[in-house]
Design a protein around this ligand. Structure first.
Ligand SMILES: [Zn+2]
Ligand SMILES: [Zn+2]
Length: 260
């Protein structure tokens, strides 16, 4: 398979005066996760690190007004599309239930031949397009060796559980444990602006609740909890930013679906 070169690899979009969203437009939609950069007075934070197909840290640093400032990587959960570039960061936060997955990630291939029929059906049933032969449809640079793709160990430097605070100086967010899609998934709640970093608990696309390590009852409780928050804006693990009304629509849709 010959692929075109996509350079730059990452899409960048400014959300507001302190938040950027980086995306990987040439990764299949189901594995194309959001990477957020939040700028603070004392430290900056990156939320999730994509597939790790191309170096992420240089792109992040190019967006930071002061690249010498401390940089925190907050990993919401350890599915492949959220941890790929984690090893590039020195400070790594994760929930204890997923710490092992970050320290010794399950090997993953960009070639989709090994993805089981059960997974393909799960993705199709959820509403995603069929998988491509590879998880990418372009290369980050000429000579990129698709077969050499690996997930590198990135052991956590700090464990974060429910109620922990991530402090960037002039911006603090509270860690919310949001299990269901994965056991140790965590989001971030920035009360001052009513902003929820919802991870894969909630985004404006097909939610995945039926696979290994997933728990619909826990997921339902997580969605009810999200609905009870004074949310103004959700920055999800995938897909564009959305507001309160859409957040409630999504929650209600899945709660009704699971009740039936
Ligand atoms: Zn996930
Ligand atoms: Zn995801």
């Amino acid at each position: 398979m010959t692929y075109p070169i996509a350079s730059p690899w990452y899409g960048t979009q400014q959300i507001d005066n302190r938040i950027w969203c980086l995306t990987e437009p040439h990764v299949h939609p189901i594995f194309s996760a959001n990477i957020f950069l939040v700028l603070g007075s004392d430290a900056d934070m990156v939320v999730d690190s994509g597939m790790g197909v191309a170096p992420l840290l240089p792109v992040v640093d190019s967006l930071r007004p002061d690249p010498d400032k401390p940089l925190i990587l907050f990993t919401t959960h350890c599915h492949v599309d959220h941890i790929g570039a984690a090893h590039e960061f020195d400070t790594r936060l994760v929930h204890p239930l997923e710490a092992d997955d970050l320290a010794s990630p399950t090997p993953y291939s960009l070639n989709t031949a090994g993805i089981s029929d059960a997974f393909r059906k799960l993705f199709l049933d959820a509403g995603y397009a069929p998988l491509w032969p590879d998880l990418i449809d372009a290369l980050p640079y000429a000579g990129y060796d698709l077969a050499a793709y690996t997930l590198k160990p990135a052991p956590a430097t700090r464990m974060v559980e429910e109620g922990a605070i991530v402090d960037l100086g002039d911006w603090q967010a509270e860690v919310l444990h949001l299990p269901g899609h994965s056991p140790g998934q965590v989001g971030l709640w920035h009360a001052d602006s009513g902003t929820l970093f919802g991870a894969d608990a909630i985004y404006d696309g097909p939610l995945i609740y039926d696979g290994p390590g997933m728990d619909v009852a826990a997921y339902a409780a997580t969605l009810r909890r999200i609905k009870a928050l004074p949310v103004q804006r959700v920055l999800g693990g995938h897909d564009p930013v959305f507001g309160r009304a859409r957040c409630h629509q999504i929650v209600d849709h899945y709660l009704a679906l699971w009740q039936a």
